[in-house]
Design a protein around this ligand. Sequence first.
Ligand code: GTP
Ligand code: MG
Length: 394
Amino acid sequence: MRVFFIGFGQAGGKIVDRFIMQDKRLGTQSFRGIVVNTARTDLIGLKNIEFKDRVLIGQAVVKGHGVGTDNEMGASITFEEIDSIMNAIERKGTHDIDAFIIVAGLGGGTGSGGAPVLARHLKKIYKEPIYCLGILPAPEEGRLYSYNAARSLSTLVNEADNTFLFDNSAWKNEGESIRGAFEYLNEEIVRRFGILFRAGEVSKMGVGEMVVDASEIINTLRGGGITSVGYAVSEVRSPQDQKKKGIMGALGGITGSFKKHDPAREELMGEDKTARILSLVRRAMLGRLTLPCDYHSAERALVLIAGSPNQLDRKGIEKAKNWVEENIAGVEVRGGDYPVGSSHVAAIVLLSSIKSAPRVTELLEIARKTREDVEKSVDKRNVRLDEHVDPLFE
Ligand SMILES: Nc1nc2c(ncn2[C@@H]2O[C@H](COP(=O)(O)OP(=O)(O)OP(=O)(O)O)[C@@H](O)[C@H]2O)c(=O)[nH]1
Ligand SMILES: [Mg+2]
């Protein structure tokens, strides 16, 4: 898929910067992107986005210092300056893209408020689908972050064609500070979504037997709502490979390097290819998802197997698709392969339009309580309230 990324706010900017870095390293040219922020220093700190593609908004209001977690201000500045964002997108070029993906931390101000406004505007102008990749805040970041995330998400699910979620709190290690975890979290995000978003692009390894193309990803996401992604990888080692040290092959940049304790890593030797693919897909779906959720509640799914052509197996993919279909609510399961040069085989399972995710329910509950508290205090002062938070899973 050819993707146009818009990194909104600090988290969004850093993550898009990393997607572009991955694309440069692999030489695949599947991704392009711009970044938008109200904070000048966050824009300056990026490494892979061209300077002309870094858009500073809200200068007249916040003088390049960010909106300080005020997502209403993030939304209003975006609305006022939507033309400069749209111009930057047009300058970069959109004629050959398959989808837009807005990436934003939903707990802050700029990305949280700006992403839904931008999604609405892009939808009016482009026929390509508009997706969002939203980062959920960890509970320890406080009630304001949770409140922002719930409000932003409630709007996004109406504005975007689908919203991928990544839950920071499910991914950071116990006892680790959230800030200390960002690098590692971003690596995990880009590894998973990088394979998915790049699927269908012709790689140096040629075309696979059952290629997943952009339209299959788009059709899987068609139902809208919230999507979570699972991932598992296994190393394929031949006797010659074992003599070499640290071989990662061309997929190295996609699957990344793995820490020794990584539960997603498993070495399988000489095992039947079909069985390996089925086992990988099960591990991807039953393991840690980008948003922990009840996979039984997913409406649609897509299974993607990335690896060297001699490791890909039509029967394995068919069996894995059947297994996924037995385990989700809906019956639409698509699947295929993505041939790449690698000593690893990776499975991605995309679970679309999920109806039940504890963290999302919790965020909506926090937002509801916060709203009640605000209403009580506002009632006393007789001040008008802004719009209400819609329940997501109705
Ligand atoms: N995974 C990940 N999360 C991040 C990163 N940076 C910030 N966050 C999370 O994103 C949320 C805050 O969003 P930011 O992107 O910092 O905020 P912003 O959009 O720049 O908005 P303001 O700074 O308020 O103007 C918090 O929940 C952070 O934990 C990052 O690099 N990676
Ligand atoms: Mg910021």
